[in-house]
Design a protein around this ligand. Sequence first.
Ligand SMILES: N[C@@H](CCC[C@H](N)C(=O)O)C(=O)O
Length: 273
Amino acid sequence: MRLPFRKMHGLGNDFVVVDARDRPTGLTEEAIRLIGDRHRGVGFDQLVTLERDAAGADLFIRFHNSDGSEAGACGNGTRCAAALVLDETGRNRLSIRTAGGTLAAERLPGGLFRVDMGAPRLDWRDVPLARPCDTLHVPMAAEGVRGGVACSMGNPHVTFFVDDLDTLEIGRIGPLLERDPWLPDRGNIGFAQMLGRDRMRLVVWERGAGLTLACGSGACAAAVNAHRRGLADRAVTIEMPGGELRLEWRESDGHVLMAGPVATAFSGEIALG
Ligand SMILES: N[C@@H](CCC[C@H](N)C(=O)O)C(=O)O
């Protein structure tokens, strides 16, 4: 059996996109890990599976990290999947369901795609944290960082605000913080440096995938958390190693809007078994 796929990325956060709308892919967790292996497989940060939605949305999207675990949300992957289906159908808007919630995607001029990522969840139970805590000041710490800000964007995020991103050893502290006892489901860990009220730098250590060039839901969380801390306005540009995303935490309905580019690198077929 051969499984067609498309390799896409959003700012270097890379995905293998497979289509299960007509028949299930049948991929096991082990097969997902193998395809995600950058030496023995295709390699990806996330596997993005397109499915039909039973509840009436235009599309259901499922996300798996390269370690085989399932994730409730993936901002860059949602933009890529949305772009693919919008191109396929010639439409400009799409409703999408994910395990983390119902989203809306639209095509913008200039080759950009915007996703309404819904409202962040700010209660400690929703992140989730291990026990009651003010999510604005989570007493997590590692060398060079202390006191994170937590929220859920359909997946768990903690953002640490620092003066100088370049002094951190993220490859060393990221995996420790991902598995901190405060995070029973592990977490995506963002390290942010404010450059002004409308601009910041961000590096994200992703749960189940490690250091990434960009993280869409991590950028949403950083925008929300920076505003909650009084560090940023509601609209910010976020610079990540792979490029920039434009974020707005909309006042009228509390939804987070994320806009940025997508790209296809190549497509191919995986020989299963
Ligand atoms: N690349 C992502 C986030 C992917 C999921 C994450 N690693 C998790 O386990 O929650 C994005 O662009 O949001």
